[in-house]
Design a protein around this ligand. Structure first.
Ligand SMILES: Cc1ncc(COP(=O)(O)O)c(C=O)c1O
Length: 498
C-alpha cells in the first residue's frame, strides 16, 4: 500500500494515513472486502508508532469505511449497493380517521406477541428491531459501578435525573442542531414514559388530539387509555398532510399534536425542514402544543433536519428521545426536553410517577457516553443498518409483486410496505408465521385499527434472514394477488384523500 507521509506537515500523521487509505478506497485501488496491512506491518513500513496506526484505523472504523474482524485484522467495509428504485413510490390514499372512544389497548395486543416471537428459535422477526448490544457494554457497566463514588447511585435521587447525564445528553443534542440547557432535560424510563407524562399533562379525557395516521401504537394506547378523542391525519410521503391538519385544528381545537418527525414509526419517513417550519407555524397560529417524538434520532444514513424543538421560541414543543434504539432498550433510559412553565410541572409528574429513573441505568449510559465509544458504536450501527436497508430494498424488488409500494427510509430501523386493497392481512400473517416469519401488520398502527393493508418491516436483521424472509412473504403475496386481488391502482381510484 503506497502511503507517502509529509512529516513537516501540520496535519497529524494519523490523519494523513486515514486520508490516504480513504482515498485508496474511493479511487477503487482498495476494494470492499480487501484486507488492510496489520497494525505492526503498516507501522514498520511507515516508520511510525503502532499507536499512530491504531488511531488511524479507529477513525476509519468509526466512519464505517473499514471494519475489524476478531482475530483476522481490518478489512475494507462491504457496502451493498442500493437498488435503482431509491425513490419512494409510497402514495397511499386515505381519509382522516376519527376515534371517539375505545377500550382496546392496541400496544399490549401487539407488543406481547412481538416479544414472544423474539425468543422463538429460527423465527425471522420482521416485527421487532432493536440494536445489537454494544460488545463492550458489560465492561462499561462494570466500570460504571466500580468507580469510587459509585455509592451515590444506591440511595434515592432527584426526579429530573443525574446532572452529569443531562449535560452529556445536552451536548449530544447540540450535534443534532438542538441547543438545550441540561436543566431543560428530564431523564425518563424510556421515551414511553415521556409520552405518558406529556400526554397526561396536556390532555384531559374527551380532549381532541392530532396524530399521524399511521403512527406508533404505544402512543395510540396511552391516548385511548386516557379517553382522548383521536384525529388521525393521513401520512403522505412528505409527512402529515398539512392542509388537513389546518382544517382539523380549525374545526376541532385539539389540545395536542403528536408527531414523529424523523424515521417515523411505522413508515420510516423523515419530514423536510420546510414541513417542520410549516407544522410549527400552524401549531403557533392555533396555539396547539406539539409532542415531538424522536425515538430513532442518531440512526441516520444521511443528514436530517434539526428537530422542530430547535425552532420553538414559545415553549410549544415537548421533545422526546431515548437510548433504546441506539444502546439497549432494557436499560429503559430516555429523556424529554421541556422548557418554560411546563418544566416544574413535568418534573412533579415524573416524581409522582416513579420518583426517578434507575440511577444504575443512568450511570451505565453516562459511562458509555463518557468512554467515547458511543460515537463509534453509532457509526457502526449506521453502516450496518444501511447495508441491511439496501439488502431489503433489493430483496423487495426481487420478490415482491409490483403492486406493492414501499418507503425508502434515510435511517431508523424499518420501512413500510403498502399493499393492494384486498390482501387478507390476517391470513397473510398466519401463513407467514407457519413459515417462521413474523409480520407486524397495519391494524395496530392506525387509530381506528383499520387503515389500508400494509406492514412494517424491520431491516435490522442478518442479511440472510432478510433475503429468506422477504422471499417467503413475496411468494405468499403473489399467491393472493393471483387469486384476483384488486391492485393498488384500483385502490387509489376507490379512496380519495379529503
Ligand atoms: C416512536 C416511538 N416512541 C417511543 C417508543 C418507546 O421507546 P422506549 O420507551 O424504549 O424509549 C418507541 C418504541 O418502539 C417508538 O417507536
Amino acid at each position: 500500500m503506497n502511503i507517502v507521509l509529509e512529516r513537516q506537515s501540520r496535519k497529524p500523521i494519523y490523519l494523513q494515513i486515514r486520508d490516504r487509505i480513504s482515498h485508496l478506497i474511493k479511487s477503487g485501488a482498495l476494494k470492499a472486502g480487501d484486507r488492510l496491512p496489520s497494525i505492526r506491518a503498516l507501522a514498520e513500513s511507515l516508520q511510525v508508532n503502532k499507536l499512530t496506526v491504531i488511531e488511524s484505523y479507529s477513525v476509519l472504523e468509526a466512519d464505517g469505511i473499514i471494519s475489524a474482524r476478531q482475530g483476522s485484522g481490518y478489512f475494507v467495509s462491504t457496502v451493498i449497493p442500493a437498488c435503482n428504485n431509491l425513490k419512494s413510490t409510497f402514495a397511499p390514499a386515505q381519509n382522516v380517521m376519527i376515534l371517539e372512544s375505545s377500550s382496546k389497548c392496541a400496544s399490549f395486543d401487539t407488543y406481547t406477541p412481538l416479544i414472544h416471537a423474539q425468543t422463538q428459535p429460527g423465527i425471522i422477526n420482521f416485527g421487532y428491531g432493536y440494536p445489537p448490544p454494544p460488545k463492550d457494554i458489560n465492561q462499561i457497566a462494570r466500570r460504571a459501578l466500580k468507580q469510587e463514588d459509585a455509592d451515590i447511585y444506591f440511595p434515592y435521587d432527584l426526579p429530573q435525573g443525574q446532572i452529569n447525564l443531562c449535560r452529556q445528553i445536552a451536548q449530544m443534542l447540540v450535534q443534532q442542531g438542538l441547543e438545550v440547557y441540561p436543566e431543560d432535560l428530564i431523564v425518563t424510563n424510556g421515551s414511553q414514559q415521556g409520552l405518558s407524562l406529556a400526554i397526561n399533562y396536556y390532555l384531559q379525557p374527551g380532549d381532541w388530539v392530532i396524530v399521524e395516521s399511521p403512527t406508533y401504537y404505544g402512543a395510540i394506547s396511552i391516548l385511548e387509555n386516557l379517553g382522548a378523542r383521536i384525529i388521525g391525519i393521513p401520512m403522505t410521503a412528505e409527512g402529515m398532510n398539512l392542509d388537513l391538519l389546518e382544517q382539523y385544528l380549525h374545526s376541532h381545537s385539539p389540545k395536542l399534536i403528536y408527531t414523529i418527525t424523523t424515521f417515523h414509526n411505522p413508515t420510516g419517513l423523515t419530514t423536510t425542514q420546510t414541513h417542520r417550519q410549516e407544522l410549527l407555524a400552524l401549531a403557533e397560529k392555533y396555539e396547539c402544543p406539539i409532542l415531538e417524538d424522536n425515538a430513532y434520532e442518531g440512526l441516520n444514513f444521511e443528514p436530517v433536519p434539526a428537530p422542530i424543538k430547535a425552532l420553538d421560541k414559545h415553549d410549544l414543543v415537548t421533545y422526546l428521545g431515548t437510548f433504546s434504539k441506539t444502546l439497549l432498550p432494557g436499560l429503559r433510559v430516555g429523556y424529554m426536553v421541556v422548557t418554560g412553565k411546563h418544566q416544574p410541572a413535568m418534573i412533579e409528574r415524573k416524581f409522582l410517577h416513579d420518583i426517578h429513573t434507575s440511577s444504575i441505568s443512568q450511570a451505565i449510559v453516562s459511562e458509555y457516553l463518557a468512554s467515547g465509544h458511543y460515537r463509534r458504536h453509532l457509526n457502526r450501527l449506521r453502516t450496518d443498518n444501511l447495508q441491511s436497508r439496501n439488502a431489503m430494498l433489493q430483496a423487495l424488488e426481487r420478490y415482491f409483486p409490483q403492486e406493492a409500494k414501499w418507503t425508502v427510509p434515510k435511517g431508523g430501523l424499518f420501512l413500510w410496505v403498502q399493499l393492494p386493497d384486498d390482501i387478507p392481512m390476517q391470513t397473510l400473517r398466519n401463513e407467514a408465521l407457519a413459515e417462521n416469519v413474523f409480520l407486524a401488520c397495519r391494524s395496530a398502527f392506525f387509530p381506528d385499527k383499520q387503515g389500508y393493508p400494509a406492514m412494517r418491516l424491520t431491516f435490522r436483521l442478518p442479511l440472510e434472514e432478510i433475503e429468506t424472509g422477504v422471499a417467503i412473504v413475496g411468494k405468499l403475496l403473489k399467491k393472493h394477488i393471483h387469486k384476483g386481488v384488486k391492485s393498488v391502482a384500483n385502490y387509489h381510484s376507490l379512496a380519495h384523500s379529503i
